[in-house]
Design a protein around this ligand. Structure first.
Ligand SMILES: *Cc1c(COP(=O)(O)O)cnc(C)c1O
Length: 393
C-alpha cells in the first residue's frame, strides 16, 4: 500500500478535485506547475534559506525528561511552537508565497477561522511586499480580535464573510468566489492539507520539513532515524502530515492521530471526524466529514479553534480507512488538563490544539525503550484567555 498521493490526486478513494468549472483554470495551472516549481534547486534554496533565517529552523527535537520518567518511556517533542509566529503554519505559507511569486501572482487571498492561518499568510505577504486579503467570518472576527489586529498590523485587509453561520465555511465560500473572479493575478493560500488536489499534497510537502529534520535529529540522539510512534493533533491535518510524511511507508513506525472530541463524541458538540464522519465532499475534495443524514455539513465544536473543523484532509481519511494510523479523540477537559501538565512538568505552555495529542499517554501504554515523537505544533500564548477562564488563573 502506498500512502502518498497518486497521479490522479487521490489517497485511496479520497482526494481529487471536486470544483466548480469556473475554478478549473486556476487549479489546473497549479497542478501542472507545483512540482516543477517547488522541486527546482533555486526554489529549494530560497525555501530552505528562509526556513532557517526567518522561521528559525531547524526546530529542536527536545527530550522531555520529566514526562519520560513519569510515563516510563522515551518522549521527544518536535518544537514547532518555536517557529516564527508560534506554530507550524508558517512552513506552508513560506512555501506557497514563493510558489505564487514564481507563478507571477501579485495578489494573495486566504480564509481563516481562528486567525492563525490568516496571521501566517499576512506575515509572508509582508515579507514579500505582496497584497493580502484574508476572508474571515464576521462572528470569528469578533471572537478572535487579537489575531485580527495582528493581520491588520501586518498590512493585510480582513474582509468579513456575512453569510450563513458567519464562520470558517462562509469565509471559504467568499475566498473561492474571489478566486473565480481573479484567476490571473491571484493565488489562494490554503492553510492545511485540505482543498482540491494539488493542495493536500503541496501543503504536506511544505510541512514535510518537520519529519525530514526529525530523522536527522533522532539519528543523532537514538542512533536510528525513526521512532516507534509519531503522534500529532489533527484539525485539517497539516502539522500531522508534516510529522508523518517521511514515515508514511515505513511500517516500523506507528502513526497516531488525535482529534478533538469537544464535549464528548456523542454530545453533538465535537470535531471527532474519524468517529463520526462519513464520505462526502468538502472544500473541493472527497474525504471524511461530519454531516447530517441528508449531507449538510455539521457545525463542529472544540475548545481549540484550530481543531474546530468538520472534516480531515484526504490523506488522513485514507490513513484512517486503511488502518495505517490509529485515531483517537480527546475531549476538551483532558486537553486543557494536559495544557497545564505540560506547562508545569516541562516549562512549555502549549497551544490547546497541541495539548490534545498528549492525552495519548493516558490512553495507551508504551514500553521503556520505545521512542515517541510528539509534534508540539504551537505555543499557548494565543490561548491564554481560554486558559485563564478555564482554570480561573
Ligand atoms: C492550526 C493549528 C492546528 C491544526 O491545523 P492542522 O492543519 O491540523 O495542523 C494545530 N495546532 C496549532 C498550533 C495550530 O495553529
Amino acid at each position: 500500500m502506498n500512502y502518498n498521493v497518486d497521479e490522479k490526486g487521490y489517497y485511496g478513494v479520497f482526494g481529487g478535485a471536486y470544483i466548480p468549472e469556473m475554478l478549473y483554470p486556476n487549479v489546473a495551472e497549479l497542478k501542472e506547475q507545483y512540482l516543477k516549481i517547488s522541486e527546482a534547486p533555486d526554489f529549494q534554496k530560497e525555501f530552505k534559506d528562509l526556513l532557517k533565517a526567518y522561521v528559525g529552523r531547524p526546530t529542536p527535537l527536545y527530550f522531555a525528561q520529566r514526562l519520560s520518567e513519569r510515563y516510563q518511556t522515551k518522549i521527544y517533542l518536535k518544537r514547532e511552537d518555536l517557529c516564527h509566529t508560534g506554530a507550524h503554519k508558517v512552513n506552508n505559507t513560506i512555501g506557497q508565497i514563493l510558489l505564487a511569486k514564481r507563478l507571477g501572482k501579485n495578489r494573495i487571498i486566504a480564509e481563516t477561522g481562528a486567525g492563525q492561518h490568516g496571521v501566517a499568510t499576512a506575515t509572508v505577504c509582508a515579507l514579500m511586499g505582496i497584497e493580502c486579503i484574508v476572508y474571515m467570518g464576521e462572528l470569528d472576527i469578533k471572537r478572535q480580535a487579537p489575531n485580527v489586529a495582528r493581520m491588520k498590523m501586518l498590512g493585510a485587509e480582513v474582509r468579513p464573510a456575512q453569510s450563513g453561520s458567519k464562520t470558517l465555511k462562509d469565509a471559504t465560500n467568499e475566498a473561492i468566489r474571489d478566486w473565480i473572479n481573479n484567476p490571473v493575478d491571484t493565488h489562494y493560500i490554503i492553510g492545511s492539507v485540505v482543498g482540491p488536489h494539488p493542495y493536500p499534497d503541496m501543503v504536506a510537502r511544505f510541512q514535510s520539513v518537520i519529519s525530514e529534520e526529525t530523522k536527522v535529529q533522532l539519528m543523532e540522539v537514538e542512533g536510528r532515524d525513526y521512532p516507534d510512534h509519531v503522534i500529532a493533533c489533527v484539525g485539517g491535518g497539516s502539522n500531522a502530515a508534516g510529522l508523518y510524511y517521511h514515515y508514511l511507508n515505513d511500517s516500523r513506525v506507528n502513526i497516531i492521530a488525535v482529534e478533538a472530541a469537544g464535549k464528548g463524541i456523542d454530545s453533538g458538540a465535537s470535531a471527532a471526524t474519524s468517529a463520526l464522519g462519513k464520505e462526502g465532499i468538502i472544500h473541493g475534495s472527497k474525504t471524511l466529514l461530519m454531516q447530517t443524514p441528508d449531507g449538510q455539513i455539521t457545525e463542529p465544536y472544540s475548545i481549540s479553534a484550530g481543531l474546530d473543523y468538520p472534516g480531515v484532509g484526504p490523506m488522513h481519511a485514507h490513513l484512517f480507512r486503511s488502518k495505517r494510523a490509529e485515531f483517537i479523540s480527546v475531549p476538551d477537559q483532558e486537553a486543557m488538563d494536559w495544557g497545564l501538565t505540560l506547562s508545569q512538568m516541562e516549562g512549555i505552555i502549549p497551544a490547546i490544539e497541541t495539548a490534545h495529542a498528549f492525552a495519548v499517554l493516558d490512553l495507551r501504554s508504551f514500553g521503556p525503550e520505545e521512542v515517541l515523537v510528539f509534534n508540539c505544533s504551537g505555543r499557548g500564548d494565543k490561548d491564554l484567555n481560554t486558559y485563564i477562564d478555564y482554570f480561573k488563573l
